[in-house]
Design a protein around this ligand. Structure first.
Ligand SMILES: Nc1nc2c(ncn2[C@@H]2O[C@H](COP(=O)(O)OP(=O)(O)O)[C@@H](O)[C@H]2O)c(=O)[nH]1
Ligand SMILES: [Mg+2]
Length: 257
């Protein structure tokens, strides 16, 4: 049966993983989950490998040490595009955080927007009001300010361009030249959406409520904010015209079968 593939970067998220996986599979029993873990010293790899669904619906990509959220997603998406041609078909590739800030129940809304024709669906905290609970005011203001900054500099019409909860049409994912993206955090989220927008993808937004993590700590840093500040004008200048990368693995498979 066809099911979404969820890609989640993890760094010291063991406190959240049992609840996250339970909520995910309650909402979507068929979903497959890839965790991209950067050698979390909290026992994450052992927990994953002893899970009943390990290598059935739960997969683990282990990396040698903390290399950043952006490169974790690039590695995770590459893993999915490489493995999917030999696996059950997949309706969507979804990215989200492990800390339950992104509610697994909302995945269905993102999948609905893909069904309606979108190539990329962005979960938004800010369209039609602000839906963020328990975030410190300065973090909320930073995020809202970043959204305005991105809109002004790039012209992208999206209300929440730094958000990390998205769904991709799987056969489109291979069009993104992800090896060209070396940014992290906010900048990574903006760059992927900007690339898709410049490629002319059909992009839609779905409202969500974002809740600050209840356990574990944020890996957000001032370096991530500084990087986004210069990276946004850089991408606006350097990525005015883009062509899709060579055909995706999915498209190749379809044309050869
Ligand atoms: N593999 C990997 N995951 C990371 C890294 N940094 C953050 N993450 C994960 O990315 C997600 C979002 O990070 P988080 O710290 O919650 O960022 P925030 O929501 O912006 O405060 C969480 O699932 C983290 O565990 C990293 O360097 N490597
Ligand atoms: Mg978080």
């Amino acid at each position: 049966m066809s099911s979404p593939f969820i890609v989640v970067p993890t760094y010291h998220e063991l406190e959240n993983l049992p609840r996250f996986t339970e909520q995910l599979w309650t909402a979507l029993p068929q979903a497959r989950l890839l965790l991209v873990d950067d050698a979390s010293g909290d026992g994450t790899p052992d927990w994953v490998k002893s899970h009943l669904l390990y290598q059935k619906q739960l997969f683990l990509l282990e990396r040698a040490g903390k290399q950043g959220l952006g490169s974790a997603y690039v590695a995770g998406f590459s893993w999915v595009t490489a493995h999917l041609p030999t696996m059950e078909p997949c309706t969507a590739v979804v990215q989200m955080d492990a800390d339950l800030s992104h509610n697994p129940d909302a995945i269905k809304d993102l999948l609905g927007a893909l069904d309606a024709g979108a190539d990329l669906v962005l979960a938004t905290r800010y369209r039609g009001g602000v839906r963020v609970t328990n975030w410190p005011l300065r973090r909320l203001l930073l995020s809202l300010g970043a959204a305005q900054y991105v809109k002004l500099i790039t012209g992208m019409p999206f209300s929440d361009p730094t958000g990390g909860f998205k769904a991709f049409r799987p056969e489109k994912l291979g069009e993104l030249d992800l090896e060209q993206i070396h940014s992290d955090g906010y900048a990574f989220q903006i760059e992927v959406t900007h690339m898709a927008w410049r490629l002319g993808w059909n992009i839609s937004e779905v409202p969500i409520t974002f809740e600050d993590r209840a356990a574990g700590v944020s890996k957000m840093s001032t370096r991530i904010v500084r990087e986004a500040v210069w990276r946004v004008p850089w991408m606006a200048l350097h990525r005015r015209r883009l062509k899709p990368r060579t055909e995706s693995a999915f498209a190749q498979k379809r044309s050869s079968s």
